[in-house]
Ligand binder design. Structure first.
Ligand SMILES: C[S@@+](CC[C@H](N)C(=O)[O-])C[C@H]1O[C@@H](n2cnc3c(N)ncnc32)[C@H](O)[C@@H]1O
Length: 351
């Protein structure tokens, strides 16, 4: 492995960025929420601090502390007349959809819980979850989270799955399935899209009670109540069961919510419900299948959300780890397809 060389003075600067990372993060959130980034960008030309203060009713003192660190963090630039413009980093922080979803997820869902990371690692329990509610995993409480936290959680979840659903539907309907089991159907989004894609498909959602209730209500509201059914399941219970009869068992961004041992249990249980023609489809974002460094970084951060807040024992996996677990559970991967920018789809059959 090649060692990167870095001058001591630069390394020291990088170390300060980490030591004060929460300060820069909270400054970004505050500048965004107060409308400062919008105002600077919309002004088209550089603007002075006092102009921003007046337009947005922020004190000179308040804005000065924010803009000083924002300039050092290259979120804004200041010219020789002491006027500010948005940098490229500031632009992405304010207007790039993925960055917005990540920022809101960090602030609303994770920020306070991450304080308990060390305890989580020591105990193997998601000690940060108590900042959101009194549950043993976040999934038990998803349907009860306060609306703005719930919105940030779902925006994050949906951002990383919505874009591949259309591509995925075109692939999975090639085998003319009649029945799909959506394991971890969440809000019913995928089930609804299946019904809109094909007039005959029947979808059964398997999820925890609170989430299942919401998913079925959403499907009903979209006029698909007759084709979307559901069954409550807790995969962490003693003896979870899936009915036989599915043409496709669909698991999208679901297995990353569990430890390796639990994934093996889920896949082995599902294999028992499969016949020779059933396809079990796994969609995940794998750390070893990313083209860009920033995508790998996002997945590594997401793992820490699972650690400190979600359940204390799951993560974003490497494709090689899932391939190994599928094999142990009695599955062969018939097709290995890259979907969109981040996702991989495994189409598996029973061995
Ligand atoms: C990350 S979401 C996946 C959402 C959706 N499949 C997608 O692609 O966007 C994980 C889902 O798994 C469900 N889940 C988590 N733990 C579970 C458990 N122990 N038993 C049953 N479902 C569970 C959650 O309620 C949630 O709907």
């Amino acid at each position: 492995m090649s060692k990167k060389t870095i001058r001591a003075v630069d390394a020291l600067q990088e170390a300060q960025k980490i030591a004060f990372a929460p300060f820069v993060f909270q400054t970004s959130v505050t500048l965004k929420n107060l409308g400062v980034l919008d105002y600077i960008f919309d002004s088209k030309c550089a603007v002075s601090q006092s102009e921003i203060c007046e337009a947005l009713s922020i004190s000179e003192y308040g804005l000065s502390v924010l803009l000083e660190i924002a300039e050092s963090s290259e979120i804004v630039t200041k010219d020789e007349d002491e006027k500010y413009e948005l940098s490229k980093i500031g632009y992405f922080l304010n207007y790039h959809k993925m960055t917005e979803v990540n920022l809101n997820f960090t602030q609303d869902v994770c920020y306070q819980g991450l304080f308990h990371l060390e305890d989580t690692i020591k105990t193997g329990k998601p000690q940060g979850l108590k900042e959101l509610g009194d549950w043993s995993t976040i999934y038990e409480g998803l349907s009860q989270l306060p609306p703005h936290i719930q919105k940030s959680w779902f925006d994050f979840d949906h951002f990383y799955s919505d874009e591949i659903f259309v591509d995925a539907l075109n692939i999975i309907f090639k085998s003319s399935p009649k029945t799909i089991f959506d394991i971890g159907g969440n809000t019913g989004k995928f089930a609804i899209q299946c019904c809109e894609f094909n007039n005959d498909i029947q979808v059964k959602i398997y999820d925890l009670p609170g989430q299942l209730k919401k998913a079925l209500a959403n499907a009903e509201a979209k006029g698909h109540g007759d084709r979307v059914s559901g069954e409550e399941i807790d995969w962490l219970s003693e003896n979870p069961k899936v009915q036989e009869g599915a043409d496709i068992i669909w698991m999208s961004q679901f297995l990353d919510c569990f430890s390796k041992e639990e994934i093996l249990k889920i896949l082995s249980t599902s294999v028992k419900a499969m016949n020779a023609d059933t396809e079990l489809i796994i969609i995940e974002t794998y750390t070893d299948r990313q083209k860009f460094g920033n995508a790998k970084f996002i997945l590594e951060a997401t793992s820490l959300y699972f650690t400190a807040l979600a359940n204390g024992n799951s993560k974003m996996y490497k494709a090689t780890e899932l391939i190994d677990l599928a094999d142990k559970a009695g599955l062969t991967i018939k097709e290995d397809i890259s979907l969109g920018e981040y996702h991989t789809m495994f189409i598996c059959k029973k061995k």
